[in-house]
Design a protein around this ligand. Structure first.
Ligand code: NAD
Length: 479
């Protein structure tokens, strides 16, 4: 049994209630560890420690904070294999994906923000009779709450800029995938992060998550998760005038025009649909294909999908592992049933897979492709967040833009075309925070990241994140 502990004031400690929750390995469907069931008392203790640490941490030079955070990044690299195994076991994702994407990205997040703070400039505004300069000061104690789909990747995407900017942090990973965040606490101790600067609390959203959002001593909340949870958070935090960054759900369109590089469109669309079992907020779950190539695309796409091997996460050949939990698997299967009721035709997949041997209780599912649904039905409007995509033909740019923009969400979109003018025209008309042209999930950490409409409020990434975690203060002097 792997027992996880909270990280408070530089120490690993049990939850104050002494209560624990089960941690389940989705690849086999069995309990393999215990995680703290933390609550308000743990948040109080963590805030107390963070407040005590703030003056010293925020008073350090950017160079000194950078040195400590870079050491943490280096330790992630040195412990990459252990972290990747923890991530894969908690989440069900292929070990290969954790090793090549999740953990390297967590390492890079810390290195990126540790060095970004060395390059910041303070604005200066001259007047005839004086001048202004703007100080960007850390907020104080801030909260970071993250989901289960890219556990350490998204956890570090928040913590790294918050710490680099000089804040002290109370962070909560998802209770479904806590293990890599626990290993990170140990690395923080090894890296020499001063006590109280980062506090990691484990437990459920309604218990410890809610206590973080409600705590008057926590001045800003950076949250990534579902849109419903985001709504609830906003209702709790807004009357307290907390700064809020909300990265929420998506229902991303993938537009394939007839003039696209066909091979690239097919293979990238397959990757965009099923990487991480379709459990990435940026996955393209609605594929719109221009009518002249619809049948050809469908055939080639199905060919690719049939070759995607669903298997045990640690097996090198597995392209898809297990879904994160039984509840989530049932939710996704429920959407397949709904799609059929709505008149959809399942072209491939749609069912749970029972692997052999010890994996028989794991939460595996076939990659699923559905066609024949109206663009405005529930299957095409609601976030499924699993290995399910729909195919829909279109006949004009206007029509596909109307269908693409019809959902409440606006996170990302992908466009495949070789017509440069069309690519940029369509990109500017898509309601999304990120548009990829002829590619998917290509990331430059300096760029703004976030969504519009029900996909969120605010942007992460680059200086946007450092600005979220600081308050500008203008200082004006008259000659
Ligand atoms: P979730 O909203 O259920 O949980 C996210 C986090 O919030 C977890 O740590 C959870 O414990 C916590 N939480 C739940 N209730 C809370 C409360 N009342 N107060 C405070 N914290 C609370 O989301 P999930 O199921 O873990 O993740 C999947 C969702 O995340 C999907 O909708 C997906 O699109 C979204 N997501 C968005 C992005 C993005 O960048 N926009 C990235 C990844 C995932």
């Amino acid at each position: 049994m792997k027992e996880i502990l909270n990280y408070v004031n530089g120490q690993l400690q049990a939850p104050l209630s002494g209560e624990y929750l089960d941690n389940i390995d989705p690849s086999v469907g069995e309990v393999y560890g215990k995680i703290p069931n933390s609550g308000k008392a743990d948040v109080d203790a963590a805030v107390h420690a963070a407040r005590a640490a703030f003056a010293d941490w925020s008073g350090k030079s950017a160079k000194e904070r950078s040195r400590i955070i870079l050491r943490l990044s280096q330790l992630i690299e040195e412990n990459l294999e252990e972290l990747a195994m923890a991530e894969s076991r908690d989440n069900g994702k292929p070990l290969k994906l954790a090793r090549t994407v999740d953990i390297p990205r967590a390492r890079d997040n810390f290195a990126f923000f540790a060095t970004a703070i060395l390059h910041e400039e303070d604005p200066f505004h001259r007047m005839p009779n004086g001048f202004n300069y703007t100080l960007r000061q850390p907020i104080g104690v801030v909260g970071c709450i993250s989901p289960w789909n890219l556990p350490l990747y998204l956890f570090s995407w928040k913590i790294a800029p918050a710490l680099a900017a000089g804040n002290c942090v109370i962070a909560k990973p998802s209770e479904i995938t806590p293990y890599s965040a626990f290993l990170l606490s140990r690395l923080c101790m090894e890296a020499g992060l001063p006590q109280g600067v980062l506090n990691i609390l484990h437990g459920t959203g309604p218990s410890v998550g809610q206590a973080i959002v409600e705590h008057p001593g926590i001045k800003a909340i950076s949250f990534t998760g579902g849109t419903k949870t985001g709504e609830h958070l906003a209702r709790t935090a807004a009357p307290m005038f907390k700064k809020l960054s909300l990265e929420l759900g998506g229902k991303n369109p993938n537009l394939v025009f007839a003039d696209a590089d066909f091979e690239k469109a097919v293979s990238t669309s397959a990757r965009a649909s099923f990487t991480n079992q379709g459990q990435i907020c940026l996955c393209g779950s609605r594929i719109f294909v221009e009518a002249p190539i619809y049948e050809k695309f469908k055939e080639a796409f199905l060919e690719k999908v049939k070759r995607l091997k669903v298997g045990p996460p640690e097996q090198e050949s597995s392209r898809m592992g297990a879904l994160v939990s039984e509840d989530h698997l049932n939710k996704v299967l429920g959407y397949v049933a709904l799609a059929k009721e709505e008149g959809g035709l399942v072209l491939h997949g749609g069912k749970r897979i029972k692997l052999e041997g010890k994996y028989t209780g794991g939460y595996y599912m076939e990659p699923t492709v559905i066609e024949g649904l109206p663009y405005n039905c529930r299957t095409n409007q609601e976030e499924i967040f699993g290995p399910v995509v729909t195919l829909t033909p279109f006949t004009s740019e206007e029509e596909v833009l109307e269908m693409a923009n019809s959902t409440p969400y606006g996170l990302s979109a992908t466009v495949f075309t070789t017509d440069l003018n069309k690519a940029h025209r369509v990109a500017s008309l898509l309601e999304a925070g990120i548009v990829w042209i002829n590619c998917w999930l290509v990331r430059d950490l300096r760029t703004p990241f976030g969504g519009v409409k029900a996909s969120g409020v605010g942007r992460e990434g680059g200086f946007e994140a450092l600005h979220f975690f600081t308050e500008p203060k203008n200082v004006c002097l008259e000659f």
